[in-house]
Design a protein around this ligand. Structure first.
Ligand SMILES: Cc1cc2nc3c(=O)[nH]c(=O)nc-3n(C[C@H](O)[C@H](O)[C@H](O)COP(=O)(O)O)c2cc1C
Length: 222
């Protein structure tokens, strides 16, 4: 697989086959992803991998929380307040396209919330990852985390694996940190579901649109 194929075939996968991901593959990918660049070579990522019995213990801890609808007070805002155009419409469009594939109507708030809570089961994936950053770090280091994430997601494609990055964990950060015994100076940025895509699942047919380049690309070539 070349880089373009990895980029083109990566998409956020939200239904997985139960096949386990070999632990050495997980380790290989997330260690190799640290070749991602970072400003000043700070390498500000702190990564936890979950699989096998560790994942089973984590699921057993989470399940009753999810059943009761419990969340933690968020530590960071995923989006700015009152998102503006064109971002607002882009977010709305991908959400509607996803719920249409799931057959969940707009007005069915309970069903949407139930679906959202599937984030906290890693959408049924056999493996998962949590990505933390030192609380003292700022926007440039958070952007380094993005480079790390995408490098890992492309390497997963090379291994025949799929993923979904998940900010949804921002509402479970204290619970996740306590389970992992993460030091208090680290803050949870996101999680990631990892496994093989279920090709039968309608939700995985979603190809999130991209804005035409004219909306965001300017050139100074002459
Ligand atoms: C940092 C980050 C966090 C995300 N968090 C979630 C999430 O919590 N739940 C989810 O279903 N998708 C999540 N996504 C997936 C985005 O919705 C998705 O990347 C976007 O709609 C584009 O679709 P694509 O990844 O299939 O190309 C996240 C993506 C990123 C990069």
């Amino acid at each position: 697989m070349n880089v373009s194929e990895a980029v083109e075939t990566r998409r956020s996968i939200r239904a997985f086959l139960p096949d386990p991901v070999p632990e050495e593959v997980l380790r290989r990918v997330f260690v190799k992803a640290a070749r991602a660049p970072s400003g000043g070579n700070l390498q500000p990522w702190h990564v936890w991998l979950l699989s096998g019995a560790g994942m089973a213990r984590f699921r057993a801890m989470m399940a009753p929380r999810i059943a009761r609808g419990l969340t933690d007070a968020p530590e960071y805002a995923v989006y700015p307040d009152r998102l503006w155009e064109p971002y607002r419409s882009r977010r709305f469009a991908v959400g509607e396209a996803m719920y249409a594939r799931l057959g969940i109507p707009r007005g069915d708030r309970a069903a949407r919330l139930r679906w959202f809570a599937r984030n906290y089961d890693f959408f049924g994936a056999p493996a998962g990852m949590f990505l933390f950053v030192d609380r003292g770090m700022g926007a440039p280091q958070w952007s380094d985390l993005g480079g790390y994430l995408q490098t890992a997601m492309l390497l997963l494609r090379e291994e025949g694996l799929d993923s979904c990055p998940q900010e949804a964990w921002y509402l479970q950060h204290a619970t996740v940190s306590a389970f992992l015994d993460a030091p208090p100076e680290l803050m949870l940025f996101c999680g990631m579901a990892i496994g093989r895509r279920d090709p039968e699942a309608a939700v995985n047919g979603l190809q999130a649109p991209r804005a035409p380049a004219e909306e965001w690309l300017r050139t100074v070539f002459e």
